[in-house]
Write a protein that binds this ligand. Structure first.
Ligand SMILES: Nc1ncnc2c1ncn2[C@@H]1O[C@H](COP(=O)(O)OP(=O)(O)O)[C@@H](O)[C@H]1O
Ligand SMILES: [Mg+2]
Length: 337
């Protein structure tokens, strides 16, 4: 072995457990100094990219830590569309350097797309290729089935053995797969009983549901979301005095839209406004304000059209909300109501 190969880290070495300080890793000053959570050493393939915008909330992270250090295997995350289900799991994995195999589920997702299949080799023979679930079981990494409740309930049931940590025999090869102890399964879904029009959700059978720990994810609190937007505007060179009122209105409108969507209060509102979209809206507002103000038009009202695709009825309803929260309409005329 030469000097270079000696210093290279093998996948086995990288899959070395490392304890990460919760306070520093998740930027949570309120976390206890001594609190740690295990992950892997840096450098494994399949680790999600860090989103520097991402904000962790203490309560949510505590729930996750209990699940993770408690040695539980499967976690179901429910919440409204764009509340932050997928990004929560992905960003924790990014910080802990744990590979996450993500599978977007559709009603047509078949078990071979989850566990694996026989594929032809160049010389015409068939050989087994691991799917994301089996790969995670071998490596002791994580797999996330996104939009789990659109999956055909029959396909979901096939995963039961693995979810509980039992061995499972690949029928095609006879190989016995036993999930490594650190293997974890995450499924995200929009709640079936929410008022949202999320068509085509299945109720997974009770036996399958029973295998999951459960967590509900909601949008960031208004204060944290405003802070996040202000920080980003300020980082982009905007004065805090100018950034704050814009962040305030964007988050207030987003909060109203989410509420209307969830409660089914306004049939025109057909989706919520995500944190990411609210941030984009604030950034565009800052850019448009100077140009439009001189023409007697509102940057806020204009910018949202570029920040977020909305159908005409929703755009109209949101426009009204902006006027209400800003106190002026798209022509900067002071609102009378
Ligand atoms: N806590 C957060 N901090 C920063 N951005 C967030 C946060 N939660 C959600 N987002 C952003 O909102 C958008 C929607 O989140 P996502 O996780 O895809 O929602 P879901 O899976 O619930 O539909 C993403 O762009 C995500 O980065
Ligand atoms: Mg998602």
């Amino acid at each position: 072995m030469d000097a270079t190969t000696k210093t290279q880290t093998t996948p086995e070495q990288k899959r070395r457990f490392v304890n990460y300080k919760i306070r520093d890793t998740f930027n949570l000053p309120e976390a206890a100094e001594a609190a740690v959570i295990p992950g892997f050493a840096e450098g494994l393939p399949g680790v999600p990219q860090i989103d520097p915008l991402y904000v962790f909330e203490m309560d949510r992270l505590r729930q996750f830590t209990m699940f993770w250090v408690g040695g539980f295997r499967a976690l179901m995350i429910e919440g409204d569309p764009s509340a932050g289900k997928t990004s929560f799991i992905a960003q924790i994995h990014a910080r802990l350097n744990v590979p996450l195999h993500k599978v977007p589920c559709t009603p047509k997702t078949d078990s071979y797309q989850l566990v694996g299949q026989m594929l032809p080799t160049e010389d015409g023979r068939l050989h087994w290729v691991d799917g994301p679930v089996v790969r995670a079981c071998r490596d002791g990494t994580s797999v996330m089935l996104d939009e789990y409740n659109v999956l055909d309930p029959g396909e979901a049931t096939g995963l039961n053995m693995l979810l509980e940590g039992y061995s499972w025999t690949i029928p095609e090869t006879g190989e016995v797969i036993t999930p490594a102890p650190s293997t974890r399964f995450f499924v995200t879904q929009n709640a079936v009983d929410s008022l949202i029009h999320v068509a085509g959700r299945n109720e997974q059978d009770t036996a399958n549901d029973d295998r999951f720990s459960y967590m509900q994810v909601d949008f960031l609190s208004a204060d944290l979301e405003k802070d996040l937007i202000v920080r980003h505007l300020v980082a982009g060179g905007v004065e805090a005095d100018k950034a704050k009122p814009i962040a305030h209105i964007c988050v207030e409108v987003a909060t109203e839209v989410r509420k209307a969507f969830r409660e089914g209060a306004d049939p025109n509102i057909d989706k919520p406004i995500s944190t990411r979209a609210a941030l984009r809206w604030a950034k565009y507002t800052v850019m448009y304000n100077p140009i439009l103000r001189s023409k007697g038009r509102s940057g806020l009202h204009f910018a949202i059209q570029q920040a977020l695709r909305m159908r005409a009825p929703m755009a109209g309803a949101v426009n009204q909300q902006i006027t209400l929260k800003a106190g002026y309409d798209e022509n900067l005329v002071t609102a009378t109501t």
